[in-house]
Design a protein around this ligand. Structure first.
Ligand code: SME
Length: 151
């Protein structure tokens, strides 16, 4: 993965879009287009004062999972664990919400604003075991940029 190139292009997306929604959409579209094993890229955020996540911008097939209660699925678990969740084989998990039978693996990285877990980036892949430490490094960096926009 060309980390430096991706970071440079994402900074351009942030600098060249006028509002946060366009920036988040641009980041989803960029990551889905440029990393071949990223088949669905989306942001979920805490839904007001409810203990649930709400889907925001995404790139890929529409999903019926617009709302995910805290604790449910990979996303809901990250909302309460505050930790990265890398799943190389989703069929091995019991607490999993499927967004399609083609999805083989998934990575979710939390977004912190002032130390609080306010949402996450979620990526589904149709490839089994595609993720390395580099994905976590890139996506943690993306989440840190998003955090700066939202604080
Ligand atoms: N698979 C997720 C649900 C969200 S979709 O992947 C878009 C989960 O288990 O939380």
């Amino acid at each position: 993965m060309d980390m430096h190139k991706h970071q440079k292009n994402i900074i351009n997306i942030i600098d060249n879009n006028s509002n946060n929604s366009k920036i988040l959409q641009g980041i989803c579209d960029y990551l889905k287009a440029k990393i071949d094993y990223y088949d669905w890229v989306g942001f979920y955020f805490k839904n007001g004062d409810k203990d649930e996540l709400k889907l925001a911008e995404f790139s890929g097939e529409p999903t019926e999972h617009q709302i995910i209660p805290f604790g449910k699925g990979i996303c809901g678990q990250v909302a309460v664990s505050n930790e990265n969740f890398v799943v190389q084989d989703v069929s091995a998990l019991d607490n999993y919400i499927s967004c399609g039978i083609q999805v083989k693996s998934e990575i979710v990285i939390p977004i912190f604003v002032n130390g609080k877990n306010i949402g996450q980036i979620d990526i589904d892949s149709h490839v089994a075991s595609p993720f390395t430490k580099e994905d976590e490094v890139l996506l943690e960096w993306v989440c840190a940029q998003v955090s700066l926009l939202l604080e």
